[in-house]
Design a protein around this ligand. Structure first.
Ligand code: PAF
Length: 280
């Protein structure tokens, strides 16, 4: 991959990159199309498909994470990708099983709260694999989904801090008709859970409505947290992990919520942990 990428770059071709963990859906397709728009018809669009083990805790869903390589390759072709990188663990983390792999990339500030608090080793895995993928794919542009808002912010920080010559684009979340954000993990939901899972979207809308009603005065975070907790508690299979209100770039928590603030939440629906976020 790296040889091919360097050769493309020597020819003056711009590379657009979409890193994924596969099981591609319409959300991923929109990222691939966004990468194509960014590099133009003459550029090269690369998609990676790799279920990265270092971003999963031992208790998480690594081994049962959904996979469909044949379907993914078809979707990449349809979306206009030029190349798909499908690395294996031995090439990404040489010697890891024998304890020899020992180099990681760690962002130390933006990763402390929200997903980082609930999943303490998660972002170290993400920043490490994305840094490695950037070195393999040599992109001028990389596209990430807004659904993982904190991840996108952490990647932007890493790119700035480590001087990666990569422009990061964050593309809008693609939703099902009832508002549920598209995610490969939605596959885990049975039909009852699938219905209850719209509570994430309903919670985001509730927050926006409360902020609108306050007409510029802002709403105290505690009140919104209580309302969201109450809404989630009404669903028999849903359990709120966190709801957080923060500045969209610094991710610093706020105490009053008004226009420009971002809200993110994580909810277990049955055993499946779903996340979503929105601007208010
Ligand atoms: O968002 C994801 O699918 C993953 O975290 C990523 C960026 C592909 C890294 O493994």
């Amino acid at each position: 991959m790296q040889r091919q990428a360097l050769s493309w770059r020597r020819q003056g071709l711009k590379i657009g990159f979409v890193p994924t963990m596969g099981y591609l859906h319409a959300g991923h397709v929109s990222l691939i199309r966004r990468a194509r728009r960014a590099v133009g018809a003459a550029g090269r669009v690369v998609v990676s498909i790799y279920v990265n083990p270092t971003q999963f805790a031992p208790t998480e869903d690594l081994s049962k994470y959904p996979r469909d390589l044949a379907g993914d390759l078809e979707r990449c072709r349809e979306a206009g990708a030029d190349a798909v990188l499908v690395p294996n663990d031995a090439s990404m983390y040489p010697g890891r099983d024998e304890g020899r792999y020992s180099t990681y990339v760690v962002e130390e500030r933006l990763t402390r709260r929200m997903e980082g608090e609930s999943r303490p080793t998660h972002f170290r895995g993400v920043t490490t694999v994305v840094a490695k993928l950037f070195l393999l794919v040599q992109p001028a542009v990389a596209v990430f989904g807004a659904k993982d808002w904190q991840q996108a912010s952490v990647i932007r920080r890493m790119v700035a801090d480590l001087c990666f010559p990569v422009r990061v684009i964050v593309a809008p979340t693609v939703r099902e008709r009832d508002g549920l954000a598209m995610s490969s993990r939605n596959k885990y939901l049975d039909s009852d859970q699938r219905t209850q899972a719209t509570v994430l979207w309903r919670a985001l809308q509730l927050v926006s409505a409360r902020v609108r009603e306050a007409a510029g005065r802002g709403v105290p975070v505690g009140r919104l947290q209580r309302e969201v907790a109450k809404l989630v508690a009404k669903e028999s299979q849903a359990r709120l992990d966190y709801v957080a209100f923060f500045h969209p770039e610094t991710l610093e928590p706020v105490t009053r919520v008004g226009a420009g603030v971002r809200v993110a939440l994580a909810v277990y629906v049955g055993a499946t942990r779903l996340i979503d976020n929105a601007g208010v």
